[in-house]
Design a protein around this ligand. Structure first.
Ligand SMILES: Nc1ncnc2c1ncn2[C@@H]1O[C@H](COP(=O)(O)OP(=O)(O)OP(=O)(O)O)[C@@H](O)[C@H]1O
Ligand SMILES: [Mg+2]
Length: 206
């Protein structure tokens, strides 16, 4: 299927995703590209935002990893059918996280069997793949310092060991998929932005 550009920004909590999404929007605007739909995962539709709140802030004592996974997929289905599919041929889509996060967090971090993820991808008919995924790689110790002053959600309160597992899974996926672009986000923002700029300019052939 031929569609406009669908860009995803990925990385562990505190890698710099929100900062880089803002930067990409600015950069595209400077290039006179304004038809950009900015989304984040999980969320970005009324139902998906409610699910995001549960996923991130539920205080229920036992929150099963399987429940978490199913809520993520329910949110993704809403996003896919209500936002991504209707816009993919008309507008740019920029997403802060997408299904690579599920691979990294749920398989890498939570040790859920990959077969279950593959089943759910098919079940929600997740057939739209990003043109490019920008993966911001950062050491969890650095990432945690960056979000130190923030009030942490349920997932951000996870351990360094958890984030190391997530990071290792991201790195494993980068090696398998040429559409995922690795950026060393341990480096300063000036470096990261310039690396992102090169990727975007190449994507749109400038
Ligand atoms: N390469 C960098 N070097 C130094 N500081 C950075 C870098 N990238 C982002 N930051 C800073 O780190 C903080 C966290 O960045 P940001 O909120 O963009 O991360 P995030 O990946 O969106 O985090 P979360 O997963 O919690 O949403 C911000 O204060 C941001 O300015
Ligand atoms: Mg963010």
């Amino acid at each position: 299927m031929k569609y406009k550009n669908f860009i995803v920004v990925e990385g562990i909590d505190g890698a710099g995703k929100s900062t880089i999404c803002d930067y990409i929007i600015n950069l595209l605007n400077k290039l006179h590209i304004f038809n950009i739909i900015k989304i984040h995962e999980p969320g970005s539709t009324p139902i998906a935002e409610k699910l995001r709140k549960i996923i991130k802030f539920s205080k229920e004592e036992f929150f099963s990893y399987k429940t978490e996974l199913l809520l993520i997929y329910a949110a993704r289905l809403q996003l896919l059918d209500n936002i991504i599919r209707p816009n993919i041929n008309k507008n740019w889509i920029l997403s802060d996280r997408y299904d690579l996060s599920t691979y990294a967090y749920q398989i890498g971090g939570r040790s859920i069997n990959k077969r279950n993820i593959i089943f759910l991808q098919k079940f929600i008919k997740n057939d739209i793949k990003p043109n490019i995924t920008i993966y911001l790689d950062v050491n969890p110790l650095i990432a945690i310092q960056r979000i130190q002053s923030k009030i942490k959600d349920r997932i951000e309160k996870e351990s360094i060991t958890f984030f190391s597992k997530v990071r290792n899974f991201y790195i494993k996926m980068v090696k398998k998929d040429k559409t995922i672009k690795f950026i060393d986000a341990n480096k300063d923002l000036k470096y990261v932005k310039s690396a992102v700029k090169n990727i975007i300019l190449k994507l749109i052939n400038i």
